[in-house]
Ligand binder design. Structure first.
Ligand code: SF4
Length: 383
């Protein structure tokens, strides 16, 4: 199969993308075992792995190797994160009718999905959501809006007002995910209002991005992140796996997130939505998902790696293994357009593993020597 042809284009011609087998009859490869250990030990000692070394990990096939990889990822998580788990929840503050054409999204106006549509939320439901989040030990509540982005004007004033409301309540950390930021001034206003962390996924590698979105560019997203970082706002940025991207794309995404200095890295596993171009995508095998989480932990040892949407449907009984694969954060409560398992069940799962949802770190522990990187490829946001 030609590597450059993305799987969803093959689907369009009636072919099924390769399903990566993770259960082979291979015997334990001692060479792999010692190479995984060498890389794991290096990361534990404060070192980092190269892209080539990471690709070796992403391409592991044998279950014994993947379990070995996860064991090291778990140790790395424990070493840098202890037993604390960072919990986040979100509120869909403006739903549906989005002008963008992201192929995985139920809220895009390009697709008929039957997803709810409403305008920007009133203060009351937001404060109630904050109360509920706090009652469940959730650290942060993200205000999420389905639109292209934020300009200066009355909408920005309203958003800032809601952030101030949440901040004044003092229950949870007010986060937001409000699309593309059009100027430094907008980011500065959000910071002044009390915003601490902004969610803005890169979604996939630079190479794969145009295969799931053409109404804005990867560079638009990088420029938004640059404005936010300049304003002193922490970055929550990750991606979606299972969209037909290659392992190389996943590897490149992880390195891109390292370069931008993402503080929280949400990994969503595609939950195909009826009516979107990705509705018939085959699910990723659970072991492939766990391996991807472990590889991200090797590349991003100090970051909060958060598992977000799609975990219940894709991992089923293997959900709790996300932590032993290196995840240190969890999105709880319902997602934007799909349901999650009850938060009580998630809290029980965390407790049963001897983990603690009372997150008390701050993001300063992540990259003590990290210097802001000039985003080489960032361009002005397209109109
Ligand atoms: S992912 Fe965000 S920007 Fe893309 S269509 Fe959905 S709501 Fe709009």
């Amino acid at each position: 199969m030609a590597e450059s042809i993305p799987s969803h284009l093959l689907l369009a011609f009636g072919k099924r993308p390769d399903i990566v087998s993770t259960m082979t009859k291979q015997q334990v490869d001692v060479t792999n075992h010692s190479r995984i250990s060498e890389l794991g030990q290096r990361v534990l000692n404060g070192g980092s792995i190269t892209r080539e070394e990471a690709l070796f990990l992403f391409n592991l096939e044998a279950a014994s190797d993947i379990f070995g990889l996860m064991s090291w990822a778990n140790r790395i998580r424990e070493h840098y994160k202890g037993n604390k788990i960072h919990l986040c929840s979100i509120i869909n503050a403006k739903a549906g009718n989005c002008s963008e054409n992201c192929s995985f999204c139920a809220q895009s106006s390009f697709y008929q999905t039957g997803s709810p549509k409403y305008g920007f939320v009133d203060p009351k439901p937001l404060l109630e959501a904050a109360e509920e989040a706090d009652n469940h030990n959730v650290t942060a509540l993200g205000i999420v809006a389905a639109w292209r982005g934020l300009n200066e004007g009355p909408m920005l004033d309203e958003v800032c007002e809601r952030i101030r409301d949440l901040k004044a309540k003092g229950k949870v950390r007010p986060d937001a995910s409000l699309g593309l930021i059009k100027s430094q001034k907008v980011a500065d206003r959000l910071k002044e209002a009390g915003l601490e962390c902004y969610g803005h996924n890169l979604e996939s590698s630079r190479n794969y991005f145009p295969f799931h979105c053409t109404t804005h560019t990867y560079e638009d997203r990088l420029q938004t992140i640059k404005y936010l970082k300049n304003a002193g706002i922490k970055i929550c940025s990750g991606g979606i796996i299972g969209m037909g991207e290659s392992r190389e794309d996943r590897c490149d995404l992880a390195f891109e997130l390292k370069e931008i200095g993402a503080n929280v890295v949400p990994i969503t596993i595609l939950n195909p939505i009826k009516g979107t171009p990705f509705e018939n995508y085959p699910p990723l095998p659970p072991m492939e998902i766990l391996k991807t989480i472990a590889c991200f932990r090797f590349i991003l040892p100090r970051q909060e790696i958060m598992i977000a949407g799609g975990r219940t449907i894709n991992l089923r009984d293997m959900q709790s293994m996300i932590f032993t694969a290196g995840a240190s954060a969890l999105m709880v409560g319902n997602y934007l357009t799909t349901l999650n398992q009850p938060v009580e069940k998630d809290l029980q799962m965390i407790k049963d593993l001897g983990l603690d949802p009372n997150w008390d770190h701050n993001f300063e522990d992540q990259e003590p020597n990290w210097q802001p990187i000039e985003l080489k490829n960032a361009q002005p946001v397209t109109a």
